[in-house]
Design a protein around this ligand. Structure first.
Ligand code: PHE
Length: 459
C-alpha cells in the first residue's frame, strides 16, 4: 500500500472550501441548460427516473472513487493514475484514464464555452428589455436569429474563455470559495422564485406529472444512455475534474459525507430547474422537444411577463454565467496541472495554452450552428456530436475505468484508509457499488445503446 502525499499545487483551506468548489464544478449549464432539454427530448418521467438511479448507484460511488484517487495521488489525473498504478506494481497504462479525461475535458470545454457565451449574451438581452411582453414564437425566433450570427457568438465565446483562463491562471483556490458561497444559494433562490411563478401561472400539475410519473414505454436505449451520461456530466465525473479537486482535499475530511452533500445539491438544482421550465413550456403549448435552445426560448417568456421580469431575468442569466464559469474552471484545471507538472510551464502560460486549444475547438462547434449548418456528422451538427460523444461515451468510460481501478486494482487497505469508514456497512456498500454495480451498469447501457444487445420487446 502506498503512502499519503501532499500536492505541489496546494490544498483547500477547509472541507467546506472543497464542497463549495466541487459544487461549483458540478452545478452549471449541465443542470439548467442541459437537464431540461434532454429530459424534453427523451420523454420526461422515465428518463428522469433513470437519471436519478444513475446518480445514486453509479455517480455517488464513482465520485467517491475519484476523490479518493485524487487525494491519494495528489497530482494531475494523468500523473496520479501513473503513480498509483506503479506504486502497486500495476501497468502504467492506467494513466490513459487521465489522457481520456484530458481529451474529454477539451471537448466539453469547447462547446461549453459556446453555450456559456449564449448565456452571457442573454444577460444583456434581458437587461435591455428585449423580452418585455415577448410571445413564445417571438422568443424562439429571437434565439434562432442569435445563433445564426457567427460574429456575435464568437465574441461571447471568446469573452467567456478569457474569463475562465484568468481564474485558472491565478490558481483555483483563491476566490472560488467566497464566490460560490454566496452566488450559488442566490441562484437556487432565484430558481425557486421561478418555480413560484410557474406554480401560479404555468401548468404546474402537468409538469409534475411529466417529470415524475415514469412512462417506461417512452424510454429508448438511447434515452437510457443519455440519462446515464447526464449523471456523469452533471456531477463532473469521468474526466478528472473532481479528481483534481480531490487532490487538494485535506486528509481530515470525510469523502463519503462530502460526496453525498455535493450530489444532493447538484441533483436538486437540476430538478428545480425542470420545475421552473416545464410548466411554462406546457402553458405556452410548446412541445418539450425544444432542443439545446430550450432555456433560452422558454425562460424569456416568463421574464417578459412577470413583475420585475427584467430584473429577475438579468440576475438569473448572470448567475447562470457564474455557475457555468465555476464549472469551466474545473474543466481546464486538470489539463493545466498536467502542463505545469510535465511541461515545466508556469500556471499562466499553461492556462493560456490550454484555453486557446479549447477555444479553437469551440470555433468548430460555433460555426456548425450557422455557417457550416448544412454539414452533418452521423446526422448531427458538430456541436451536438461533440456533446454526445463526450458526455455519453467518454465520461461513462472514464468513470468505468476509475471504478475498476479503485475497487479492483487498488489494494483494499488504501481505499479503507482514504474513506476512513472502517470495514463496515458504508464501506462495503461503496465497494459493492464501485466493483459491480457501476461498472456493469455502464457497460450494459453502452452495449444497449450501440445495439450490440437488444431488448426483445423493441424488435
Ligand atoms: N458538471 C458541469 C455542469 O453540470 C459540467 C462539467 C462536466 C464540469 C465535466 C466539469 C467536468 O455544468
Amino acid at each position: 500500500m502506498g503512502a499519503r502525499r501532499t500536492s505541489i499545487h496546494g490544498e483547500w483551506s477547509s472541507r467546506l472550501a472543497f464542497i463549495l468548489a466541487a459544487t461549483g464544478s458540478a452545478v452549471g449549464l449541465g443542470n439548467i441548460w442541459r437537464f431540461p432539454y434532454i429530459t424534453g427530448e427523451n420523454g420526461g418521467g422515465a428518463f428522469v427516473f433513470v437519471y436519478l438511479v444513475c446518480v445514486a448507484a453509479i455517480g455517488i460511488p464513482i465520485m467517491m472513487s475519484e476523490i479518493l484517487l485524487g487525494r491519494r495521488g495528489r497530482q494531475s489525473p494523468i500523473n496520479t493514475m501513473r503513480t498509483l498504478a506503479q506504486e502497486e506494481g500495476k501497468n502504467a497504462a492506467w494513466q490513459y484514464i487521465g489522457w481520456l479525461g484530458m481529451a474529454a475535458g477539451y471537448l466539453i470545454l469547447s462547446f461549453y464555452s459556446v453555450v456559456a457565451g449564449w448565456t452571457l449574451a442573454y444577460v444583456f438581452r434581458t437587461g435591455t428589455g428585449v423580452f418585455e411582453g415577448v410571445t413564445a414564437d417571438g422568443a424562439t425566433s429571437l434565439f434562432g436569429q442569435f445563433v445564426a450570427d457567427p460574429e456575435k457568438l464568437l465574441g461571447w465565446h471568446t469573452i467567456f474563455m478569457v474569463m475562465t483562463i484568468i481564474v485558472v491562471s491565478r490558481g483555483v483556490k483563491s476566490g472560488l470559495e467566497k464566490a460560490v458561497r454566496f452566488l450559488m444559494p442566490l441562484l437556487f433562490l432565484l430558481l425557486l422564485v421561478m418555480v413560484g411563478y410557474a406554480m401560479n401561472t404555468g401548468q404546474f400539475g402537468e409538469a409534475l406529472v411529466y417529470l415524475f410519473k415514469p412512462d417506461f414505454t417512452k424510454l429508448s436505449a438511447k434515452g437510457m444512455l443519455t440519462a446515464m451520461g447526464q449523471a456523469f456530466f452533471s456531477l463532473s465525473l469521468g474526466m478528472g475534474a473532481i479528481m483534481i479537486y480531490g487532490s487538494y482535499l485535506s486528509h481530515l475530511a470525510s469523502i463519503t459525507r462530502t460526496t453525498i452533500v455535493i450530489a444532493i445539491m447538484d441533483t436538486s438544482v437540476a430538478l428545480v430547474a425542470g420545475l421552473a421550465i416545464f410548466p411554462i413550456v406546457f402553458a405556452n403549448h410548446l412541445t418539450p422537444e425544444l432542443g439545446p435552445g430550450m432555456v433560452f426560448k422558454v425562460l424569456p417568456i416568463a421574464f417578459g411577463h412577470m413583475p420585475g421580469g427584467t430584473f429577475f431575468g438579468t440576475l438569473f442569466f448572470l448567475l447562470l454565467v457564474f455557475a457555468a464559469w465555476t464549472s469551466a474552471i474545473s474543466l481546464l484545471e486538470p489539463v493545466v496541472t498536467w502542463l505545469v507538472e510535465n511541461r515545466g510551464m508556469n500556471r499562466v502560460m499553461a492556462s493560456a495554452w490550454a484555453g486557446l486549444v479549447a477555444w479553437v475547438l469551440g470555433l468548430i462547434s460555433l460555426l456548425s450552428l450557422n455557417v457550416w449548418a448544412q454539414y452533418k456528422v452521423f446526422g448531427k451538427a458538430f456541436i451536438d456530436l461533440v456533446e454526445f460523444l463526450a458526455a455519453n461515451i467518454m465520461l461513462p468510460l472514464g468513470g468505468f475505468l476509475v471504478a475498476v481501478f479503485c475497487a479492483w486494482i487498488l489494494p483494499k487497505e488504501t481505499s479503507l484508509d482514504e474513506l476512513g469508514l472502517g470495514d463496515h456497512f458504508g464501506y462495503r456498500l461503496w465497494r459493492f457499488l464501485a466493483r459491480y454495480v457501476a461498472p456493469i451498469a455502464v457497460i450494459v447501457i453502452l452495449l444497449f445503446a450501440t445495439g450490440i444487445i437488444e431488448l426483445k420487446s423493441q424488435q
